[in-house]
Design a protein around this ligand. Structure first.
Ligand SMILES: [Zn+2]
Length: 212
């Protein structure tokens, strides 16, 4: 399996939506669904990618905003999320009590579970539960890449000041499940540029200064 990653970012929140494609079979998934889904739809069309599923690192609004447009473009493909945030999609339950209700409800929701590989066509992802920014935050690992959502960024970590956040869990998950990965692993975050595990282990001030 050789995987190719294409990044799109919306202009409002700079939220990344990734097209991840098996170069041989053209089977693909979209990871996170930002406010400008047209860009990732266009990338898939240009490459002739066959998008099999949408995987969500978590359900903050800027990561799920384009779900309906994506499923109009790609058909009623499964939307995969950790069980701790499944109600956000299936019942329209707000993830954050700090924000108002949201109106994104989708069908064909499936689970991302740590320890159970997620298959989408010829693609295979390992699921690492990295909560703390939100209860159901996950990192998706495939072929030398980690999609960390809003847990780990280049030079930073996710917010943990929401009612259902937990800063200690966030740092613990990053340390035990992400920094334990090889240096050369490429990190694709929910916002901002790509980085590597080696670079974050050396340079990320949030992971150096706090030794709890
Ligand atoms: Zn975000």
């Amino acid at each position: 399996m050789r995987v190719r990653v294409e990044v799109t970012a919306d202009r409002r929140f700079g939220t990344n939506s990734y097209l991840v494609e098996d170069e041989e079979t053209h089977d693909a998934v979209v990871i996170d669904s930002n406010l400008e889904p047209d860009m990732v739809v266009e990338a898939a069309r240009r490459r002739g990618a066959n998008v099999k599923a949408i995987l969500l690192t978590h359900t903050d609004l800027d990561h799920i905003a384009g779900l309906h447009e994506l499923r109009e473009a790609f058909g009623p493909i499964p939307v995969a999320v950790h069980d701790a945030e499944r109600d956000v999609l299936e019942k329209g339950k707000p993830l954050r009590r700090e924000f108002g209700p949201i109106a994104t409800r989708v069908e064909n929701v499936t689970s991302l579970t740590e320890g159970e590989p997620f298959h989408a066509g010829s693609l295979k992802f390992e699921v690492l539960h990295t909560p703390g920014h939100s209860p159901g935050g996950v990192t998706l690992k495939t072929d030398g890449y980690l999609f960390t959502g809003d847990a780990l960024f280049a030079g930073s970590v996710g917010r943990s000041d929401f009612a259902n956040s937990n800063g200690a869990d966030l740092l613990d998950g990053i340390r035990t499940k992400l920094l334990s990965q090889p240096d050369e692993m490429i990190v694709y975050s929910g916002h901002g540029p790509a980085t590597t595990i080696g670079r974050e282990r050396k340079m990320n001030p949030f992971l150096l200064s706090d030794s709890t």
